[in-house]
Design a protein around this ligand. Sequence first.
Ligand code: XMP
Length: 323
Amino acid sequence: NWTTGNVIDEQVAAIRERVGTKRAICGLSGGVDSAVAAALVQKAIGSQLTCVYVDHGLMRKGETEQVEKDFVAATGANLKVVDASERFLDALAGVSDPETKRKIIGREFIRVFEQAQLEILQEDGPEVAFLVQGTLYPDVVESGGGTGTANIKSHHNVGGLPDDIEFELIEPLRQLFKDEVRMVGSELGLPDEIVQRQPFPGPGLGIRIVGEVTKDRLDLLREADAIAREELTAAGLDREIWQCPVVLLADVRSVGVQGDGRTYGHPIVLRPVSSEDAMTADWTRMPYEVLAKISTRITNEVADVNRVVLDVTSKPPGTIEWE
Ligand code: XMP
């Protein structure tokens, strides 16, 4: 009979047995799955686990701090944070095409993560033989059930390492569905802000700025997004809404009036959707009062934004994200 307690006990015993005295690495994305996988492995092997968090500078307000402070406080895990935001901004300079942005962000992410792995490998201590991944049951089914190893190639000019380092994978969530992962996470003491988090794309705010990604635009979008999230949560809509991308139309300007002056600012799009699995979605019929509050606050509090619009398109034909 399935209980979160049983799942945790079984996995902890199996991971302990498998890892022995060796070490493991786990990448944290800020999402639910990697956080719960890491917490489970941390419970099993403690300081033999090192977690890595790459800050690409594309996270929402407070999310990096959530990993750095709340995750560490809840689990006691060793965490290596790599601030790579400048590097990502440089790589994204001048790029507007959505798929090109995704490729650049993915490529830089892998490079920075592998560099961090190499640094951990070079530390004194037992062999680092394992890589932890938050693969869920639906991912296993989708990818045909395979499991195995992960390579990192030493194209980094870091001396003294073999050409190819192979990790064995630890995937403690392979038999679980999302709701079960959330239960396991709560049982392990992770806070609701982490365990109940709505989906957020890997490329982050980089694909919620329609146009080139710059630091100023990111800062602006982070403020608008934080206001929308705060009001949606305050209105008790976090369950009803699957996710609500907040999108900056950075290359669009429209005329507005504020105080006794004419403005020429950017629109922010709210994209609240209801969905079961993100494959299809409908726009959420949310209360006008909440929309009004978000609109008033964003236009009052975020410089350079003079208009808030609501996306009323289902998926299909629209995707959830704008890029
Ligand atoms: P779309 O926009 O395709 O999104 O309707 C479906 C779900 O996937 C998320 N999404 C992404 N997640 N990397 C990710 O990790 C991506 O490049 C990406 N693009 C979209 C989106 O937030 C939604 O939950």
